[in-house]
Write a protein that binds this ligand. Structure first.
Ligand code: FE2
Length: 277
């Protein structure tokens, strides 16, 4: 397979733990994905799950809904999108925080997009052998209510011992300081894993020293950019206080030559992980 990345791009990624590839996705494809997500949300009937998200004491049900989502297309609300009776405070498409976690397998549009030859080339350049998709997410980061995502390493949630997962973050709209772009600590991927979340939702802490947030740099990108994120890279995003949404599609990929732990939160008992073909 021919290569996509230059040697300086590979070096940048190895040094910093992230890489921005501008114009990776044409704008009409970004818009197609946005339209498809909108269609899925419009088709989705919130029904019973509104009560799960509206009351604070539904923690167990909320977790179960999340834990069972590895091989499904499920919808997660922004925290402040529902009132105490479970009624949406505004239009449904403006209430969804994210859709996860098997869009790449179950939705034809996201299926095709995720398996592009260009992404396969990139994955090959990153030396991910026998790549498998672990999860996909469509993240809305809604105007005014899009919540903060605190600093974390993706390997906390998707742990793979031999070779950490790699995240692919596609900006389907411009991501700016105002609408809650990603922030990351350059070179922070050399930090050992600080904590790990298990299937039973317990979290094991290996290093409780706080993140050096003063080392964070904003990753503002234009629509169509792809940000590649090493699984150990500390990253975060702030609240979206602007009137603009910040839609993104993300994929996490692991090498099929590694073992995927059976005590990670994400399990797919009825659907094995798939790859590019
Ligand atoms: Fe993340």
């Amino acid at each position: 397979m021919s290569s996509l990345l230059s040697s300086s791009e590979i070096e940048f990624y190895n040094t910093n733990g992230y890489l921005i590839l501008e114009n990776f996705v044409p704008s009409h494809v970004c818009n197609l994905l946005r339209e498809q997500a909108k269609h899925l949300i419009n088709e989705f009937d919130p029904g019973e799950i509104k009560t799960i998200f509206s009351t604070k004491d539904q923690r167990h049900s909320k977790y179960q809904y999340f834990l069972d989502s590895g091989d499904k297309i499920r919808f997660f609300f922004e925290e402040s999108a529902l009132d105490e009776k479970g009624e949406l405070k505004r239009e449904k498409v403006l209430c969804i925080n994210k859709i996860g976690h098997a869009l790449h397998d179950l939705d034809p549009v996201f299926y095709s997009f995720s398996r592009s030859h260009k992404l396969a080339m990139l994955v090959n350049d990153l030396r991910i052998s026998n790549p498998l998709f672990v999860q996909s997410m469509y993240i809305c980061k809604q105007p005014h209510i899009g919540g903060e995502v605190t600093c974390h390493q993706d390997s906390t949630y998707l742990y793979v011992k031999e070779q950490p997962v790699t995240g692919f973050w596609f900006a389907l709209e411009n991501a700016t300081l105002a609408n809650g772009c990603l922030w990351a600590i350059p070179g922070g991927h050399r930090t050992p894993l600080k904590s790990r979340m298990f299937r039973n939702t317990s979290v094991e802490h290996y290093d409780k020293t706080p993140w050096e947030l003063n080392k964070m740099t904003p990753l503002e990108v234009k629509q169509g950019s792809l940000i590649v994120l090493h699984g150990l890279l500390p990253h975060m995003s702030k609240e979206n206080t602007s009137a603009q949404s910040r839609h993104a599609y993300t994929l996490h990929v692991m090498s099929g030559d590694c073992e995927y732990p059976s005590d990670n939160w994400l399990q797919r008992p009825n659907m094995p992980f798939s790859g590019f073909c």
